[in-house]
Design a binder for this molecule. Structure first.
Ligand code: HEC
Ligand code: HEC
Length: 355
């Protein structure tokens, strides 16, 4: 602060620093960092923070306010949190999300966690966005989501009693545009990190698995039983996803072409991003279209429900047998293990809840 004042004094002769009529607030944002769980520090590269949008306390607080503000939608009815509810793992319990006027979308809301550790920049089920800043523009303007325009949003912001000051403190701007709105949201979303499940504690030697959970982990890793780890991570990949696109044998033909919609390549039809298996206790229903209401249904799919299509992933090695054919015991144990990846401290963390 002192330095800034001195600088202003010495620049005062040359510029109008500090003597503007509008009396601008000093731009001194407080640098912030992601609270990276120990297990991530041990196993993962650092979070991805774009150079042009460093984290600041002011930016994160503003992003959180925007995330919970229903005025971002056309009729002031929904906020980001309407489809990304804390108690539902920052996803929602509808098969497909409902936008303004209850308009149904076509896909299941994705849980928001650990997105700063998505090193490939594959966002959405089909990778239609490559940065979070870019992603956040989509729901705001999409006709099946918030159905708004940035012109309306920036008008609302400039008429608000405190947003203009908050934007000035976070980004040093007096005219707010789409860029600052999406940057603030992205800062907040990057801080949403989940790394404190029972399984994380087990890896740190702070918890023990039940015999059921231990067998479930073995099933998950065993290529002759569940064989899940190729796409969904393992104890050395605490994101519990590879963050790339696969066809996991749900359909013979595709109403939603998934990755193929983006690339236009028929080899990508029916491919979707592997979702993280963290926080499944809160994020039902499952799959890109929410077709499975329970984890039992998901496990039955992999066990005996696989169907063939031209783009089925080569890692779905059991396709010739229609699935991995798990015993009843192994199915139940696999589910017990999957649930050990859920993190109640994440969904209850005041840093991510409305103020
Ligand atoms: C109407 C419901 C709805 C609203 C409102 C909504 N989202 Fe989403 N969100 C979704 C759905 C559905 C997807 C998956 C989209 C797809 O794959 O096409 C998604 C995907 C995402 C993703 C990608 C996650 C990943 O793993 O790749 C992020 C990030 C996200 N939303 C953030 C936001 C933010 C920030 C807002 C507010 C500006 C918001 N969403 C508003 C339903 C919604
Ligand atoms: C070839 C890669 C691959 C393998 C192997 C695989 N999955 Fe998946 N999994 C995916 C993809 C891709 C999706 C999303 C598919 C969609 O929605 O169209 C998915 C979705 C899921 C979901 C739904 C999560 C959500 O949030 O909607 C669960 C749970 C799941 N898989 C568990 C498993 C288990 C358990 C195994 C082993 C028995 C397994 N997967 C094997 C790729 C794979």
């Amino acid at each position: 602060m002192k330095k800034h004042i001195l600088l202003c004094i010495s620049l005062a002769l040359l510029t109008s620093c500090g003597s503007d009529e509008s009396d601008p607030v000093a731009y001194v944002p407080t640098p912030a960092q992601i609270d990276t769980p120990l297990i991530f520090q041990q196993l993962l590269p650092a979070a991805v923070i774009p150079e042009d949008n460093p984290l600041t306390e002011e930016g994160i607080a503003l992003g959180k306010r925007l995330f919970y503000d229903t005025r971002l939608s056309l009729d002031n009815s929904i906020s980001c949190a309407s489809c990304h509810k804390p108690q539902e793992g920052f996803s929602d319990n509808n098969a497909v999300s409902l936008g303004v006027d209850g308009t149904p979308g076509t896909r299941n809301s994705m849980p928001l966690a650990n997105l700063a550790f998505n090193y490939f920049g594959n966002f959405n089920w089909d990778g239609s966005a490559t940065t979070l800043e870019e992603q956040h523009e989509i729901p705001i303007t999409s006709s099946i989501e918030m159905h708004n325009t940035f012109a309306d949003i920036t008008t609302m912001i400039s008429a608000d009693a405190s947003y203009p000051l908050q934007f000035e403190q976070a980004f040093n701007v007096t005219t707010v545009t789409k860029t600052e709105v999406t940057k603030a949201l992205a800062q907040f979303v990057r801080t949403m990190v989940s790394g404190n499940s029972k399984f994380d504690k087990y890896l740190l030697g702070e918890a023990t698995l039940t015999p059921q959970e231990q067998n479930g982990l073995d099933v998950f890793l065993d290529e002759t039983r569940g064989d899940c780890f190729h796409c969904h991570g393992s104890p050395t990949n605490p994101l519990w996803t590879d963050n790339i696109f696969h066809n996991n044998g749900l359909d013979t033909s595709f109403e939603d072409r998934g990755r193929g919609n983006i690339t236009g390549d028929p080899n990508h039809f029916g491919q979707f991003k592997s979702p993280s298996l963290r926080n499944l206790a809160y994020t039902a229903p499952y799959m890109h279209d929410g077709r499975f209401a329970t984890l039992e249904e998901v496990v039955n799919h992999y066990s005996e429900g696989l169907v063939y299509s031209d783009t089925i992933d080569p890692l779905m090695k059991s396709i010739a047998q229609g699935g991995v054919h798990l015993t009843e015991n192994d199915k139940q144990d696999l589910i017990a293990f999957l649930l050990s990846l859920s993190d109640p401290t994440f969904i209850n963390n005041p840093a991510f809840l409305p103020n």
